[in-house]
Design a protein around this ligand. Structure first.
Ligand code: CS2
Length: 495
């Protein structure tokens, strides 16, 4: 066992011989970006692009202030505080080796519940040119029935009546933009980095709906001064496990209470509309394009939906990780058929993209034995993910009278998954904001399988489609009667 070194700025010189550390002078870095939602993904993706840019040394104005927004984000905040914003990025290579590196681009960190005013002032600061967000798919607070921003959400109501003590991103941004306007500070860009189709547009629409009610006199200023770039983000980032923390300590002697693990691949496609300038992320491989929408659609409906397919079917079969699931030949075949027959016909305008290679690369990435991405992570918050990842394919195929049996099958499997046990009777760990409702409808579905489709917050009015309901019911009955494995194989053979 090596001598243990606590990860913090003071100990950096001790780490130089052990691991790659930032070579730029962190004390000279200025904060140009405020990031809201500093979870694993931000730390494996955007913060890494910024770190590499700082390494190039031309422009030290793009340091990040990471904001922990929610009460339960105190752990990441305390970790960053103890470690001076430093953390270890552990890239798990395809051959099983580790490429660890210390990332230094998060130079400030704030815990919003502790000090909302500081967060508001930070976003309003003239040096803040971009506010980036990873607030999760559900964070946009869209009502699946109306497709509109849900003003009835109690947290939103709270922010409207307590503007100076906000809890949601909408309340924070509104207060900060109001302050920018009052101070005569120029506008900035608000860039969503979530897995949501048209994420910039969605952010613009939702924020403006909020402002219209909470602070109507700000609306025109926002229209004129704030831009909302769209972006497609990609890097598989499993939940950090205790064994990763231990290995880092044992093999490298580094004591980091929350390193980030991820795959080697990363991708970022962005529309180039930044009101107050932007970092040269293209130097690090980010792609700036006129229209991100087709790339987002491809990624969400193939990669993210592919994950959900493997997660839900894999969970019922008792698999713990995505590589186990995709390396099961029947699931691999199911996924390949789903991608080729149901998703691919809905994709267009992907100039320069070799779709067959992209799909093949997804199967390879999912199958990477060293990543060990957790099925529980993939299945978490499915009620927010399924409407963004899987239902768009289903709806488009219903419109064009195309194939829907595989998407319907996944929904039927999700209904059975929501009962809370796998096929061997082992308890499933279900993490979902709608967990209780899902369970209640899953129980009702045992008597009448259609009951699960009445969750309008997820399915909207899809239960009005006779064709979909019939396809779903057939799948549900088949799974109950034959078990998930045989039902998958049976569907595979009809393709
Ligand atoms: C996953 C994503 O959360 C999920 O269900 O599909 O986190 C996925 O791993 C990333 O979007 C990869 O870029």
């Amino acid at each position: 066992m090596k001598e243990s070194i606590l990860l913090n700025q003071k100990n950096m010189p001790l780490l130089t011989k052990i691991i790659e550390i930032p070579t730029y002078d962190r004390s000279n870095v200025n904060t140009g970006i405020v990031h809201i939602g500093i979870g694993g993904f931000h730390r494996s993706h955007q913060a890494v692009y910024c770190d590499s840019l700082l390494e190039q040394g031309h422009d030290l104005n793009w340091g990040i202030c990471g904001v922990a927004l929610l009460e339960h984000d105190d752990k990441i905040y305390n970790t960053l505080k103890t470690q001076d914003g430093l953390y270890t990025l552990i890239v798990k290579e395809l051959d099983g080796s580790w490429s660890p590196k210390i990332i230094g681009s998060i130079t400030e960190y704030l815990f919003a519940p502790e000090n909302p005013k500081t967060v508001i002032e930070k976003i309003a600061n003239p040096t803040t040119k971009i506010v980036t967000l990873t607030i999760t798919e559900g964070g946009y607070n869209i009502d699946e029935i109306t497709g509109e921003f849900n003003l009835d959400n109690p947290m939103i109501q709270h922010d409207i009546s307590h503007p100076e003590q906000p809890k949601t991103v909408f309340g924070y941004l509104t207060q900060a933009l109001k302050l920018r306007k009052a101070n005569g500070t120029a506008g900035c860009a608000i860039q969503s980095c979530d897995n949501v189709q048209g994420n910039g547009e969605v952010m613009k629409k939702t924020l403006k709906t909020y402002i219209k009610v909470a602070e109507p006199s700000l609306l025109n200023w926002v229209e004129d001064n704030i831009s909302f770039p769209n972006s497609m983000v990609d890097r598989i980032t499993p939940v950090t496990e205790e064994k990763d923390i231990q290995k880092l300590k044992e093999d490298y002697g580094i004591v980091d209470s929350w390193p980030v693990t991820c795959e080697p691949f990363k991708q970022w496609v962005i529309t180039d509309n930044f009101k107050a300038g932007r970092p040269k992320w293209e130097n690090l491989g980010a792609e700036f394009v006129v229209d991100v929408a087709p790339y987002e659609k491809m990624k969400l409906q193939l990669l993210n939906a592919g994950h959900s397919v493997l997660g839900i079917l894999g969970a019922l079969l008792g698999y713990g990780t995505i590589d186990e699931a995709v390396n099961d030949p029947s699931l691999k075949k199911f996924l390949t058929n789903f991608m080729d027959n149901e998703v691919t016909p809905t994709l267009e305008n992907l100039s320069g993209v070799d779709l067959p290679s992209y799909k093949k690369s997804l199967i390879d990435r999912f199958g990477n034995h060293n990543i060990k991405d957790q099925v529980s992570r993939i299945c978490s918050e499915s009620s927010a993910k399924i409407p963004k990842f899987l239902l768009p394919t289903l709806k488009q195929q219903l419109e064009s009278k195309g194939p829907i049996d595989q998407a319907s099958f996944v929904i039927a499997a999700w209904a059975i998954y929501s009962l809370g046990t796998d096929e061997q009777g082992n308890k499933l760990t279900i993490i979902d904001a709608m967990k209780e409702q899902l369970h209640e409808k899953a129980v009702a579905a045992k008597m009448d399988s259609k009951a699960f489709l009445n969750i309008t917050g997820v399915f909207g009015d899809l239960n009005n489609s006779e064709r979909f309901v019939a396809s779903y019911t057939t799948a549900y009955d088949k799974i109950v009667q034959a078990g998930i494995k045989k039902a998958v194989v049976a569907l595979n053979t009809t393709m």
